[in-house]
Design a binder for this molecule. Structure first.
Ligand code: SAM
Length: 456
């Protein structure tokens, strides 16, 4: 059955952000590109129950339907069988399930590195700098950034590289990649499971990047009813709800073993999340939204880190700007992901071998992802730092000089093809968004280029 799903598209290279499958330099016909979830794949059921699926079914049997957040945590982050945790899963590249921008072209990381150098220069070239990356994957982006900043003299100020990565398997890959580069001195590497573990150091300028990290964080799915926000949950087709008088309403069937159901009444979680942004209050009854409290918490901690504030778990307390005297040298950051400054309702999807598949297909063996609500991240950082954009990846890369850099590269034809792919407005160039963060310091519009449109 798996072969049926994948054989037709083995030559395609899929970027997870795209609802569409994309081929280098060539548009794929619309009927193939659009793969709406929950319809095309309903009839596809893998015959073998995966290890994670067994755990999920046992959990549902024991305690009832699961939230999408728990489903994602188990599928991606189960300590031994999770998608990113199991070293047997190839994940990235042509032999894996998807490809990311840094893996497509080195120019992507180089231009990001140049933006960081420009921010560091605008901040008066603080003598101590550290790099932070959330979800570094194979370490390719960080290697390209290190090579670039070294060329611009920032390498000498670098005190260390701090990587937030919860997969031991990927930590090993990252270490090999970052220690091996001939282009810069081996940096001091530090790994953490959570951003809050990174020590605060107000005397160091912090440069942070997160590429395709927030999309992998757990979401809750809520639906607005006359009675308020209810949570959409995942149930088994084999087990009834453990409380007969509290039957969940079925939303849709998806696979033979897992289905979506609506909780019969609002819960503490659905009430809290449904009111966690003023934007959600104005939505009409019937609306469905995907909300990631984990993303909100991490974005808040990013704001605190770049503002040199101690981390706190008090998210609902209004954020206070650090006083002038308490402010450190600050920092800057870029979050790059697909999504927009809006809430999404039906973007949750799965990828397997460069093909979009049903999110309930082979749990734990497919990549899972949901669009990022950048407005939510901005709300989480409010008062701590200044935010810029998001702007499209295409605009960011082109304004940073993508074309000139590509022309300078050896193998210009291949580089040109890859350039096209990164900025293609019908694909990655538009769906991926770049969100800038800078600590609160006096700035001119030029300082935060390319987030302000150059006047013509
Ligand atoms: C889609 S990959 C992106 C990799 C890389 N940034 C790139 O663009 O090629 C997501 C990365 O985030 C890591 N990750 C996912 N969830 C995480 C979490 N909750 N805490 C720490 N790392 C996580 C994964 O292990 C992986 O390295």
């Amino acid at each position: 059955m798996q072969n049926l799903l994948t054989s037709r598209v083995s030559s395609l290279s899929t970027c997870r952000g795209l609802w569409n499958l994309c081929r280098i330099g060539k548009a794929v016909p619309k009927s193939v590109r659009l793969a709406p979830r929950g319809s095309r794949f309903n009839s596809v059921v893998a015959s073998d129950v995966t290890k994670v699926e067994k755990i999920i079914l046992d959990n549902i049997k024991a305690t009832g339907p699961l939230s999408y957040a728990t489903y994602m945590q188990l599928c991606l982050g189960h300590p031994t069988h999770g998608y990113y945790m199991n070293p047997q899963h190839p994940v990235f590249g042509t032999t894996g399930d998807f490809i990311t921008s840094p893996e497509i072209s080195q120019v992507f990381g180089e231009l990001i590195g140049i933006w960081f150098v420009s921010q560091w220069a605008a901040a008066g070239k603080p003598p101590s700098v550290r790099l932070v990356e959330l979800g570094p994957g194979r370490g390719t982006l960080m290697a390209d950034i290190l090579r670039t900043i070294s060329k611009f003299g920032l390498g000498k100020s670098l005190t260390g590289v701090h990587l937030v990565e919860n997969s031991e398997a990927l930590r090993t890959v990252q270490e090999q990649k970052l220690q091996a580069s001939p282009y810069h001195d081996p940096p001091k590497l530090h790994w953490y499971n959570h951003i809050a573990e990174i020590p605060r150091n107000p005397s160091e300028y912090t440069i942070l990047v997160a590429h395709e990290f927030f999309d992998a964080l757990p979401i809750h799915v809520l639906q607005k009813q006359e009675t308020g926000w209810h949570e959409v949950l995942i149930a088994s087709t084999e087990t009834e709800s453990p409380e007969p008088n509290n039957e969940n309403t079925e939303v849709t069937k998806s696979t033979a073993r897992l289905r979506r159901v609506l909780s019969p009444k609002p819960t503490a979680t659905s009430r809290l999340l449904g009111h966690s942004s003023i934007r959600f209050d104005n939505l009409p009854v019937g609306s469905t939204i995907e909300v990631s409290p984990t993303s909100f918490r991490i974005a808040h901690q990013v704001g605190q880190l770049l503002a040199s504030q101690e981390p706190s778990s008090e998210l609902d307390a209004p954020s206070e700007s650090p006083k002038e005297s308490e402010r450190g040298v600050g920092g800057c950051g870029l979050i790059i992901d697909y999504g927009a400054a809006q809430v999404f309702g039906d973007s949750f999807r799965a990828f397997k071998e460069h093909r979009m598949v049903d999110p309930f297909h082979l749990p734990g063996e497919c990549d899972l992802t949901a669009n990022v609500d950048f407005a939510y991240l901005q709300e989480a950082m409010s008062g701590l730092v200044e935010t810029h954009g998001p702007i499209s990846q295409g605009d960011f890369l082109e304004r940073m000089g993508l074309e000139f850099r590509v022309k300078a590269l050896i193998g210009a034809a291949q580089s040109e093809e890859r350039r096209g792919r990164l900025v293609d407005r019908s694909g990655m160039g538009n769906e991926y968004q770049v969100f800038g963060i800078t600590s609160k310091q006096e700035k001119t519009a030029e300082d935060v280029y390319p987030f302000v449109q150059a006047s013509s």
